[in-house]
Design a protein around this ligand. Structure first.
Ligand code: PMP
Length: 406
């Protein structure tokens, strides 16, 4: 017998509908406030295509908004291995890791990730958001009286982690390591321990942290260093091992994702064996969630196979980014301190950024506008992200479109 879901007839009275719940009126009021602030967002179905394209509705567009930097999200090896592992081991993992959810596959993959990151051990997480939100409060639970130092532009998930720990953070100006040192001296000296949280590549600016200097500062001030490598993993560092690989053994906690350059889903945290053993026992977002399923593991395994041989794609991406930045400069656009595959086009006012993004979309280019609260007020921008499937001609076409629609 086939399963049949009851048909949903447009306009029919559904068993549950807006206005029925006791909280809907509150939610409507909250949404109205978001709307009035011009910040209401909607979901738009989009299909990621090979060759640096996406499809929305009937329209195929050049895509400068996804994080599929190396084109692996459509790579047949990943899709095949995901299918193979699912066919072999099932669609679900059955339970959380500490119950019955740990397979040989999880442990083997964690050993592979540790080797990839030149660390003693690694741990898989369901997503990057979850990793940051789980690991940071777990660490701080073991460090009573710790002082936490964060770059002003760290990702929302790291803020969530610090907030969960109930600790006030000392925020240093973005990538201003003199400011970090001054704060460490002022606020860190009297604390029982110190933790620095930052990213190696900043997601909305495409600039890099000076990881070697950060490591030296951390050592000088006896601070632990946590680096989010979500946008560096797969793209930067030797064989795509991230920028922490440039300072082996000097970053205490390295986090990264499989959802961007590695074309899959999920995240890792890598460091010492003690760190990982502790997290297995203390990180609630690891303990109380279902283990990543076989298909997700298969895709990660295949992406790790491909990593060492992708230097050509990494060099191609870097070349495209240089060309894009040079072209934007010629057009008089500020691209901040970008030095990676992420290139912001600084616009300023939210409405201007939204309008340019809309005109580009009509012309066949997906270049998402990023606005507050994702970026600070007055710094709305197009966040352009390059994909290895782009050609030089694609970048030139985008530049011509930006010029024509500015
Ligand atoms: N950290 C950074 C810097 C990110 O940009 C993101 C994703 N946008 C995350 C963490 C969260 O990763 P995920 O998408 O796997 O939840």
């Amino acid at each position: 017998m086939r399963w049949a879901l009851p048909a949903i007839v447009p306009g029919a009275r559904l068993p549950y509908r807006a206005g029925m719940s006791r909280i809907d009126s509150h939610l409507e009021a909250a949404l109205a406030r978001v709307e009035r602030a011009g910040q209401r967002r909607v979901l738009r179905p989009t299909a990621l295509l090979a060759g640096g394209r996406v499809q929305r509705g009937a329209r195929t567009m050049l895509d400068f908004s996804s994080n599929d930097y190396l084109g692996l999200a459509r790579h047949p090896l990943l899709a095949d291995r995901a299918a193979h592992w699912a066919a072999r081991d099932g669609s679900g993992s059955g339970a959380s890791r500490l119950v019955t959810g740990t397979s040989e596959g999880h442990l083997a993959l964690e050993r592979r990730i540790a080797a990839f990151k030149h660390c003693e051990a690694a741990l898989l997480f369901a997503s990057g958001w979850q990793a940051n939100a789980a690991v940071i409060p777990a660490l701080l639970a073991a460090l009573p009286g710790a002082a936490v130092f964060t770059d002003r532009l760290i990702h929302a998930s790291m803020h969530a982690g610090v907030a969960m720990a109930g600790i006030r953070q000392h925020r240093f100006r973005h990538n201003d390591l003199d400011h970090l040192e001054a704060l460490l001296a002022e606020k860190g000296a009297g604390a029982s321990s110190r933790l620095i949280l930052t990213e190696s590549v900043f997601s909305m600016d495409g600039d890099r942290a000076d990881v070697a200097r950060l490591a030296a500062i951390a050592e000088r001030h006896d601070a632990a260093l946590f680096i989010d490598e979500a946008h560096a993993t797969g793209v930067l560092g030797p064989q795509g091992r991230g920028l922490s690989a440039l300072v082996p053994g000097r970053v205490d906690i390295v986090m990264g994702t499989f959802s961007k350059a590695l074309g899959g889903f999920g995240a890792y945290v890598a460091g010492s064996q003690v760190l990982i053993d502790y997290l297995v026992n203390a990180a609630s977002g690891f303990i109380f969630t279902t283990a990543p399923p076989p298909a997700v593991l298969g895709a990660i395994d295949a992406a790790l196979d491909l990593m060492p041989a992708m230097d050509a794609q990494r060099a191609h991406l870097a070349g495209l980014a240089d060309r894009l930045r040079a072209g934007l400069s010629r057009l008089g656009y500020d691209h901040g301190a970008s030095s990676t595959q992420i290139v912001p086009v600084m616009i300023g006012p939210e409405e201007k950024a939204m309008a340019l993004s809309t005109r580009l979309e009509e012309a066949g280019f997906l270049a998402a506008a990023i606005r507050p609260p994702t970026v600070p007020p007055g710094t709305s921008r197009l966040r352009l992200a390059l994909r290895a499937g782009h050609s030089v001609e694609d970048v030139d076409a985008l530049l011509a479109a930006i010029e024509a629609h500015s």
